[in-house]
Design a protein around this ligand. Structure first.
Ligand SMILES: *Cc1c(COP(=O)(O)O)cnc(C)c1O
Length: 355
């Protein structure tokens, strides 16, 4: 029996995708060759890359709207600097909602003046700041849609006339948004799309080419666009698995369908956290709670061993919270089945009976 995998990343992927992917490692497209031992310039792999790029735009509703999808290497962490390299001429504004925003800010500071419009650091990032103002005429505004570590999620994005950049690493393809409001979206694959090793960048072409600095080729979005995301050898296996996951999502009805399941999963778990006197949520405002990563604590820490044994015996994996928050974190990405959440809730109720 496969474990109930609540890991925060790398994380659960659809079982059917893992089966197809393992088959392709042995014999890809009946070529009698492995996916990972053929040229990335072969027609079979070029078709994979093109499919992955077009599925990404299609699922986000961004086809024929001036956007390009790229599958790059270096993780979301490289995008922290690539964004600034390509877009930051003088000043940029950032919303600080946790560890990943912080890291993005640190990198961008190397390139220009940074304005931190708001921060939730005063309460260990357990809420999403609101009612802040974004200065007019900055080069761009950057935010993190879902804070993987703290379990908060932006539900309403600010309206701004500036270029809007968003790190959606841990909730892309999980909920419906007007993605055309964003000028640049990036997401490491390993949370909701595929194995670590590739990062999706969706960028509106018209925002590029406006900075005066020279940009090294590997960090220049226009270079990658010009080469159809094949400037150098792409991460063939991660791109292939991402393509399969996007196809899986499309086949089930796309983002509107997965969003229903994700909302249901979040509802079941948060209801139990709120109902069960042995647990308390980490996030202060309910409306800021992430549907992807639920962070919670025991109200009585002497029960920790008992609870840990119970969930491990139930076949649950990856429930420990990040060290900067402690407690527990249940990551409920797209591929996590509803039944896994039910198993967790059952364990929480079992603890209540025992205590
Ligand atoms: C995991 C994560 C990152 C870091 O991604 P890497 O691919 O490891 O560089 C950045 N931002 C968010 C929101 C994340 O969840």
């Amino acid at each position: 029996m496969k474990k109930h995998n609540f890991s925060a990343g790398p994380c659960v992927l659809p079982q059917s995708v893992l089966q197809q992917a393992s088959q392709a490692v042995l014999n890809f497209n009946n070529l009698d060759l492995s996916l990972i031992e053929i040229s990335h310039r072969s027609t079979d792999f070029v078709a994979v890359m093109e499919k992955a790029r077009s599925l990404a735009l299609e699922l986000l509703g961004l086809q024929n709207k001036g956007y390009q999808a790229l599958f790059l290497q270096g993780g979301a962490s490289t995008q922290f600097l690539a964004v600034a390299y390509n877009l930051l001429e003088k000043k940029a504004a950032y919303l600080n909602t946790g560890t990943w925003s912080n890291k993005a800010i640190k990198e961008a500071k190397l390139f220009g003046e940074l304005i931190e419009v708001a921060s939730s650091k005063d309460h260990n990032f357990n809420y999403i700041p609101k009612n802040y103002s974004i200065p007019e005429k900055v080069d761009y505004f950057h935010c993190t849609s879902n804070n993987t570590i703290f379990g908060t999620q932006i539900k309403e994005f600010p309206s701004t006339n500036n270029v809007l950049v968003c790190d959606m690493s841990s909730d892309i393809f999980s909920r419906q948004l007007d993605f055309s409001k964003f000028d640049l979206i990036y997401a490491g694959a390993q949370k909701n799309m595929g194995p670590a090793g590739t990062t999706l960048v969706v960028v509106k072409e018209e925002i590029l080419g406006k900075v005066s600095r020279d940009i090294p080729s590997m960090l220049d979005y226009r270079v990658h666009i010009g080469k159809d995301s094949m400037f150098n050898t792409p991460a063939v296996f991660p791109v292939y698995v991402s393509m399969l996951t996007l196809q899986w999502l499309k086949d089930m009805g796309g983002i509107p369908e997965i969003e229903k399941v994700n909302n249901k999963k979040a509802e079941i778990l948060y209801n139990e956290i709120d109902r069960n006197p042995l647990f308390e949520g980490f996030v202060s405002n309910k409306e800021d709670r992430s549907a992807m990563n639920a962070t919670f604590n025991l109200t009585n820490n002497t029960l920790q061993k008992t609870f840990d044994n119970l969930w491990k015996e139930a076949g649950i994996n990856g429930l420990n919270g990040h060290r900067s928050v402690g407690g527990y974190r249940a990551s409920m990405y797209n591929a996590l089945p509803l039944e896994s959440v039910q198993v967790l809730v059952d364990v929480m109720q079992e603890l209540e009976k025992k205590a």
